[in-house]
Design a protein around this ligand. Structure first.
Ligand code: HEM
Length: 260
C-alpha cells in the first residue's frame, strides 16, 4: 500500500501495529547485517525503546550551536569543500577524530545501512568503524550521513548567497526531502506500507500552494524527520550541521564550493 496523505502518514507512524520491516538477525559479528540487527532503527517494542534511549542520551550531550560553529569553521578551512564536514564535526563531538578513516568508511557503510544491500565493501567499512567506536556512535554517524549531505545539496540547488540558511533548510526539507519515503510492515496483515514523504509534504490539505518553493513558509509540519513512535531523534543536530555549512558557503563574501 502507498500512503500519500499527510494525516494517514502520521496515523501509520504513530501506530505500534506498524513496525519497520524486520532485518535478518543471523549476520556474522562485525558485518553490516550484524550491525543492522543491533540498532534502534530496525528494532521494535522495548528493544527499540532501550536502544533509542541510549542515542537520545548521547545526543543530549551535544550542543547544536557548537556543531553549527564547528561546521562553519571546518567548511571555511576546507575552502568551501563541505562534503564530509557534517560527519567529521558530528564524529569529533562524539569523541571520534580519525577523519581519514571516517571519510572512507562512513559513506561505504551508510549505503547499505538503510537499504540492507550487503557488499564486501560495506562489511569492511563496518569492521573499520568498529575499531573507532561502539554501535551507538556508529549508528548516529551512519543515520546522519546521507540525509544531512542530501539536505545540503538540495538546499544549494534551491538557494544562493544571501538567503537565510534556516528558511532555506526548512523549505528544502518540505519541498525536496533528502529522505523520500519510509516503509512499515503491518503486523496484523503482513502487508508492507510505503509512506511517500514527498507527497505527504505537498498535501494540499496541509500546505497552501504546495508545489511552490516558498522561503517565507517557515518550519511547518513537514514529515521529513518522521513522526509518531520513532521520529528522527536529531532534527536540531541535523539542522545545525547543515546550517553551519550553509553559513560558510552562502555568506556573500565567500567563494562558491569547488565543483567535485
Ligand atoms: C536532514 C537530515 C536528516 C533527516 C531528514 C533525518 C530523517 C530521519 C527519519 C525520517 C527518521 C525515521 C525513519 C522512520 O520513521 O522510518 C530518522 C531516524 C533516525 N535518525 Fe535521522 N535524519 C537526519 C539526520 C540525522 C542525524 C544528523 C542523526 C544523528 C546525529 C540522525 C539520527 C537518526 C537515528 C538514530 C534514527 C533512528 C531513530 C530510532 O530508531 O528511533 N538523523 N531520521
Amino acid at each position: 500500500m502507498l500512503i500519500i496523505r499527510h494525516t494517514e502518514a502520521r496515523a501509520v507512524l504513530a501506530d505500534p501495529a506498524y513496525v519497520p520491516p524486520p532485518v535478518r538477525q543471523d549476520g556474522a559479528e562485525g558485518t553490516l547485517a550484524w550491525l543492522r540487527a543491533q540498532v534502534s532503527r530496525f528494532s521494535t517494542g522495548e528493544t527499540h525503546a532501550g536502544r533509542r534511549r541510549v542515542l537520545t542520551e548521547l545526543l543530549a550531550g551535544l550542543e547544536p550551536a557548537e556543531l553549527r560553529r564547528a561546521a562553519t569553521a571546518m567548511t571555511v578551512e576546507r575552502d568551501g569543500d563541505w562534503h564530509g564536514v557534517p560527519t567529521a564535526v558530528l564524529a569529533s563531538a562524539l569523541g571520534v577524530e580519525d577523519s581519514a578513516l571516517l571519510a572512507d568508511a562512513v559513506p561505504a557503510a551508510a549505503s547499505g545501512y538503510l537499504s540492507g544491500e550487503e557488499t564486501p565493501e560495506a562489511d569492511a567499512a563496518v569492521a573499520r568503524l568498529l575499531t573507532l567506536a561502539g554501535v551507538p556512535v556508529i549508528t548516529l554517524l551512519l543515520q546522519g550521513y546521507a540525509a544531512t549531505e542530501g539536505l545540503i545539496e538540495a538546499a544549494l540547488r534551491h538557494g544562493g548567497p544571501g538567503d537565510d540558511p534556516e528558511a532555506l533548510l526548512y523549505e528544502t526539507l518540505r519541498h525536496d526531502p533528502p529522505l523520500r519515503a519510509t516503509r512499515r510492515l503491518d503486523t496484523r496483515t503482513g502487508e508492507t506500507v510505503t509512506i511517500d514523504l514527498v507527497a505527504a509534504n505537498r498535501d494540499p490539505g496541509v500546505f497552501a500552494d504546495p508545489e511552490r518553493f516558498d522561503l517565507a513558509r517557515g518550519c511547518g509540519p513537514h514529515l521529513t524527520f518522521g513522526s509518531g513512535i520513532r521520529p528522527c531523534p536529531a532534527p536540531g543536530h541535523a539542522l545545525a550541521l547543515a546550517a553551519g555549512v550553509l553559513d560558510a558557503v552562502l555568506a556573500p563574501h565567500r567563494t562558491p564550493p569547488r565543483p567535485r
